[in-house]
Every structure is written in C-alpha cells, then in structure tokens.
Design a protein around this ligand. Structure first.
Ligand SMILES: Cc1cc2nc3c(=O)[nH]c(=O)nc-3n(C[C@H](O)[C@H](O)[C@H](O)COP(=O)(O)OP(=O)(O)OC[C@H]3O[C@@H](n4cnc5c(N)ncnc54)[C@H](O)[C@@H]3O)c2cc1C
Length: 374
C-alpha cells in the first residue's frame, strides 16, 4: 500500500469524514483510517442538533460558522441525512429564565442571528404539547436537525470521490513521524490527524479529554407532536456547567415522526450499558415539560461518549510536542454541528489559508499540560 500520503486522518466519525473531504478537496493526498464502521462512534449516538451556541464567543464563532456551512449544503444533502431547519426553542420555565432569554436574544441579535422572543402564549401556540404555565422562550429559526450517521457516511463517500483512500485498521501508536497499526504496519505521512473523538487520549495520553457519557431515547412515530428542537434553558445550568451527573429536557422531532429525547451527561462512566436510573431521570425530566410524553412508547435507548475538554472547545491544529501530529477532536456535545467548521479550520492551517474565523481559540497549545511537560 502506498504510504506517501500528505495527510492521514485517524477516525471516521463525522469530524474525521469532514476533515478527509476538506483535505481531499484541497488537493492533499489523503487517507482515512477507521477500525470500526464509518460514523459508528459518538456520531451514531449523537442527537444531530445543528445549533449556534453561546457558552463563549469562541464556541459561538465555530458553531455559527459551521451551521452556516450546513445551511449552504442544504440542497446537496441526500434525503437520508434528514436535514431540516426546525429551529430551536430555548424554553424558559419562569421569570428568572426569561432573563436568560433576553440576554441570549441580545447576544444573538448583535451577531445577526435571527431570533424571536416568545411570550407564554406564543410558546403554547408554537408547541401545544408543552405543559401550561411556562414563561416563554427564544425561537432561533436557523437551527436545525439531521441524522448524524448518514451525514458522516455522505461526507466520507464524497471524500472518496475526491480521491481519499480508506484504510480499515486500528492505529495503535502515533509518533513524531507517523503511526503504526495494530497489525504491525507503519505509515509516515506528512501529517497524521487524530480524529478519534473520546478515544483520542489512547493515542496521546497528555490530552485533557474526558469521556462524557450520554443517554438518548427515541419513541414510536407521533408526527407533529414536537415541531422544533426544544431545550430547557435550565440546560445551561444543569447539563453544561457542572461536573456532576445531570439530565435536561431536550427533545427533537425526527423526519420519521419519532421523538428523540435527551439528554444526560456523566463523567467517569466508561461502559456503554444503559443506566436505568439515568434514563428514568431523563424521561421524568422530559415529562415535566411535556406531560403527555408519558403516554408515548419509547422504542429504543442508547448511549454514547462525548469527548469533553476543560474549556468546552475542541482541539483543532498541531500538537505542541509532535510536529507531524495534529488534532481534530474534543467536540463534546457539538461535534455534529462543528464538524464542517473544524475541517475548514484544519485545512486552512495546513495550507496557510486565511480562515473565515480565527483558529487560535481552538489550538491544542492553549492547554497547558503539553507545555508544562514538553
Ligand atoms: C448523547 C449525545 C448527544 C449528542 N448530541 C449532539 C447534538 O445534538 N449536536 C451536536 O453537534 N453534537 C452532538 N453530540 C456530540 C457529537 O455526537 C460528537 O461531538 C461527534 O459525533 C464527534 O465526532 P467524532 O468524529 O469526533 O468522533 P466519533 O464519532 O466518536 O468518531 C471517532 C471514530 O474514531 C474511531 N477510532 C477510535 N480509535 C481509533 C483507533 N485507534 N484507530 C482507528 N479508529 C479509531 C472510532 O471507531 C470512531 O468511529 C452528541 C453526543 C452524544 C453522546
């Protein structure tokens, strides 16, 4: 097998697939290595919410940029990617959360993201199955949903049609000069990109990435029951900001008419088994917001592992210690959204192109451990 690749990407989740496509399109001789099935990691477990998030300016810049890249592709996406601009409604339970609605509205509006404050009545009209008495919400109409595994497979097959090579195998080690597979073969490409999601620390133990387990449940078909991606505003308090186990109301309408129900977050859980207590808590939270959900049939539950960094931003760019080793990982709960922006920023850096947004906030060198121990 030829070993003179410019770039070899390890991991064919949605991030690796998007990076392979962008590299191949830029004329780089590209290969992608996957030990399992394309899009079978966290990508297969993800919710597929394409969302502009504002935990930090850097998070907003990457999510919004990426969301616009998805919107650009909208007409090209095959039907099985099930892309729909459903919009998000950030649901406010009370007046305290309405303060957050107004803050969010001001933030998005200042950055030209269309959004609209809904009062209690407008919220009830937009989503009649929400419980009565909620205070209101923020509608962000350009947010959307898609089905992540088919999106990854589509990106990967486009990469192949642009000349990318696919190698099946498990990378066991990455060094300054290249990497080796479990079968003993070794490769010395110009650049090795680690895009192995939550498994990235297996290839570089100094990475500050932790597995953050998530549960999801999907119902039978109830078309029209939910119209937008609905997320409780308490989500920001309960699911994002703390290190303890948490659940939050987060439901998504699927093109099939099913309702995808999330979400949970846990550190320290390494096995893929369903935690019944966690599922129970997650469904109970969903029923607090949509009481009739209790009458709906859940047909499947599953788990997946997000790759969490301490500052909730991904690692995109070269390693400090190993010049030929690059990263495209650590996307936590936003990797479906940010896959396209990640791929652009990666290739912009490789080729010295001017990026559409600054890439510095996502450089792996911002994390001190590489510096401290270098
Ligand atoms: C419950 C849940 C809900 C989520 N909801 C959303 C959402 O609504 N919106 C959103 O944007 N994101 C969401 N996410 C996050 C999103 O799913 C991830 O950020 C994204 O899928 C990460 O993609 P990835 O390509 O980096 O990793 P993965 O999809 O995990 O892919 C990594 C790949 O690398 C392969 N691999 C690992 N080690 C090796 C090795 N040594 N050699 C070869 N191959 C290897 C694996 O087999 C795997 O296929 C959610 C995640 C979870 C768990």
């Amino acid at each position: 097998m030829s070993q003179n690749f410019d770039v070899v990407i390890v991991g064919a989740g949605i991030v690796g697939a998007a990076c392979a496509l962008e590299c191949a399109r830029a004329g780089l001789k590209t290969a992608i290595i996957e030990e399992g099935i394309v899009g079978g990691g966290a990508t297969a477990a993800g919710m597929g919410h394409i969302v502009a998030m504002d935990d930090s300016d850097a998070q907003f810049a990457l999510t919004r940029y990426s969301q616009q890249l998805w919107l650009h592709l909208k007409d090209e996406l095959p039907e099985d990617v099930e892309f729909e601009t459903t919009g998000t409604i950030w649901v406010a339970a009370d007046e305290e959360e309405m303060i957050e609605v107004r803050r969010k509205q001001a933030y998005y509006s200042a950055r030209r993201v269309p959004c609209e404050i809904l009062d209690a009545r407008a919220l009830a009209e937009a989503e009649p199955n929400l419980r009565k008495g909620l205070a209101g919400g923020l509608l962000v109409p350009e947010d959307g949903v898609l089905y992540p595994p088919t999106a990854a497979r589509w990106l990967w097959s486009l990469a192949q049609s642009c000349g990318a090579t696919v190698i099946q195998g498990r990378v066991s080690a990455v060094s300054e000069v290249g990497f080796s597979l479990r079968d003993g073969s070794s490769f010395n490409p110009g650049i090795t990109v680690v895009a192995t999601g939550a498994w990235a620390p297996e290839l570089d133990a100094s990475l500050e990435i932790k597995k953050r387990k998530g549960h999801l449940a999907i119902t039978d078909r109830y078309p029209g029951y939910v119209r937008h991606q609905l997320v409780e505003l308490g989500y920001l308090k309960s699911a994002h900001s703390v290190t303890a186990d948490s659940v939050a109301f987060n439901v998504q309408p699927r093109a099939t008419g099913q309702i995808l129900i999330g979400s949970s977050r846990q550190y320290g859980a390494e096995d893929t088994a369903i935690d019944r207590q966690m599922i129970r808590a997650m469904l109970a939270r969903a029923c607090e917001y949509m009481p009739d959900l209790a009458q709906k049939a859940v047909v499947r539950c599953w788990t997946g592992f997000r790759a969490a960094t301490p500052d909730k931003l991904p690692l995109i760019g070269p390693s400090v210690k190993k010049p030929n080793m690059w990263f495209a990982t650590g996307h936590e709960g936003l990797g479906i959204t940010t896959s396209l922006g990640t791929a652009k920023l990666l290739v912009d850096q490789i080729l010295g192109r001017k990026p559409a947004i600054p890439f510095e906030p996502y450089l792996p060198s911002r994390h001190s451990r590489e510096h401290v121990y270098a």
